[in-house]
Design a protein around this ligand. Structure first.
Ligand SMILES: [Zn+2]
Length: 121
C-alpha cells in the first residue's frame, strides 16, 4: 500500500488569557509560525504575546509515540514484579494477553495478571 504524504495540515490553536481566562483561537491560516504576534484580549483588553506555533503535526506524532513507550514500560515493570512470585515469562505473557493491559495502571495490571495466574492453579 502506498503511503499518503502530508501536503498541508490545518488545526485550531486555542489560547487563553492569563489575566481573565478568556479563550480565543487561531486557525492554522493565521497562527504565527515564525515570529511572535500580539493579540489584545477581547474581554479585558490586555495585550498578549502569541508565540509562534511550530511543528504541530510532528508534535502529535511524538506524543502518541511517547504514550506507547510509557505503556510498554508499565507492561515490562509489571512482568518484572510478577516474576518475583515465581512465574515464568511464558506464563505471564499468556496471563497478560487475557487482561486489558492498555487500560490499566501498573498496580491494576499486576493484580489482574496475578489473578489470571491464580485461576489456572
Ligand atoms: Zn483577558
Amino acid at each position: 500500500m502506498q503511503q499518503a504524504t502530508i501536503v498541508d495540515y490545518r488545526f485550531d490553536v486555542l489560547f487563553g488569557c492569563p489575566n481573565c481566562d478568556y479563550v480565543f483561537h487561531y486557525c492554522s491560516d493565521i497562527v504565527p509560525t515564525e515570529i511572535s504576534t500580539y493579540h489584545v484580549c477581547e474581554k479585558c483588553d490586555v495585550a498578549l504575546m502569541v508565540k509562534p506555533v511550530v511543528g504541530k503535526a510532528s508534535f502529535r506524532k511524538a506524543t502518541k509515540f511517547k504514550d506507547k513507550k510509557v505503556k510498554n514500560s508499565i507492561t515490562s515493570m509489571a512482568k518484572k514484579a510478577i516474576k518475583k512470585y515465581g512465574f515464568s515469562s511464558e506464563e505471564i505473557d499468556v496471563a497478560m494477553s487475557n487482561v486489558d493491559a492498555a487500560s490499566m495502571d501498573l498496580e491494576d495490571l499486576i493484580k489482574k495478571t496475578l489473578a489470571m495466574l491464580g485461576q489456572k492453579d
